[in-house]
Design a protein. Structure first.
Length: 293
């Protein structure tokens, strides 16, 4: 692989990795609060893409509005799922909400197949996409836009978590729900808000990926959802900076590895996960936490 191709694959990897990071944040935020893997998150990502597509194709609205609408649609869906499928099982054993999450995922995917049909749909962004040349390296303005939007969303989330009272309440809830409740924090509201923010980020990723690949379909969430989960575990499940880092690393490794093993592009993500877990089971930024008894 020559230097020019390396830098282009680097840009491709960062672009794709930034969307993995957005998906991973949804997984890791929910796990940090509830210690629950929300396997319906991949379908929330898919629904966000379809909402954005509808804004562009049916209502002829600009891409910026479609992106916000996709985030709001996914946010609302995340809240509904939390209230209907997870909240009633909050005191049940851990396997019950896990089965509920898988059930919601299957339901949403089949509902989308019934409503939209199995065929892939083109996502016309309406953006004036150009190719920029830096020396012999070519970068599209769409790639730069996706990177900028993803970075802004991730920085915004980090600011919310670290510098606001709401973020402080989320961190307290993640650390110890019982103590947080004794301090006056409304646990139910914090959990709902966590689902809402994580789902909105997943919806943003869905719209961005739909535009990037110019394709949206009801099964589009399967592999990105798995890779977002891999990114969350890779960085350290429950760790927000870890989810961001894990997504970027996964995108880079996948794109660069695809040059040599294009047929095994999807397998590379899971190979990386296995290697990292063998070396550092808690993930790159994860820490060992002793169980309370």
């Amino acid at each position: 692989m020559d230097l020019e191709m390396f830098f282009e694959q680097l840009i491709n990897g960062l672009t794709l990795g930034s969307t993995y990071s957005l998906i991973a944040l949804g997984y890791t935020m929910v796990y940090g609060i509830l210690e629950l893997i929300n396997f319906a998150h991949s379908e929330i990502y898919m629904v966000g893409a379809f909402v954005g597509l509808a804004m562009v194709t049916v209502y002829k609205l600009p891409f910026a509005v479609a992106l916000v609408a996709g985030m709001l649609g996914s946010c609302l869906l995340g809240i509904i799922i939390e209230k209907a499928a997870y909240k009633p099982l909050r005191k049940a054993n851990r396997i019950a909400p896990l089965i509920s999450a898988i059930g919601v995922s299957i339901f949403l995917q089949n509902a989308a197949l019934m409503i939209a049909g199995p065929q892939a749909r083109s996502f016309p962004s309406g953006l004036n996409i150009r190719t920029l040349s830096v020396g012999s390296v070519h970068i599209s303005t769409l790639q730069l836009l996706i990177l900028v939007i993803s970075i802004v969303l991730m920085v915004g989330l980090q600011f919310l978590i670290q510098n606001t009272k709401l973020g402080q309440a989320m961190r307290a809830t993640a650390q110890d729900k019982e103590v947080a409740q004794l301090m006056g924090i409304k646990i139910d509201s914090i959990i709902t808000f966590t689902f809402a923010i994580g789902s909105a980020l997943g919806g943003a990723a869905g719209v961005l990926v739909g535009v990037y690949f110019d394709s949206v379909d009801p099964t589009m969430g399967f592999f990105p959802g798995l890779k977002g989960f891999v990114a969350a575990v890779l960085g350290g499940i429950g760790n927000i900076p870890g989810a961001m880092l894990g997504g970027l690393i996964l995108g880079l490794v996948e794109m660069i590895g695809a040059v040599y093993m294009s047929r095994y592009k999807d397998a590379i993500a899971f190979a990386v996960l296995i290697i990292i877990l063998l070396v550092k089971p808690t993930g790159l930024l994860g820490r060992n936490v002793q169980e309370k008894v």
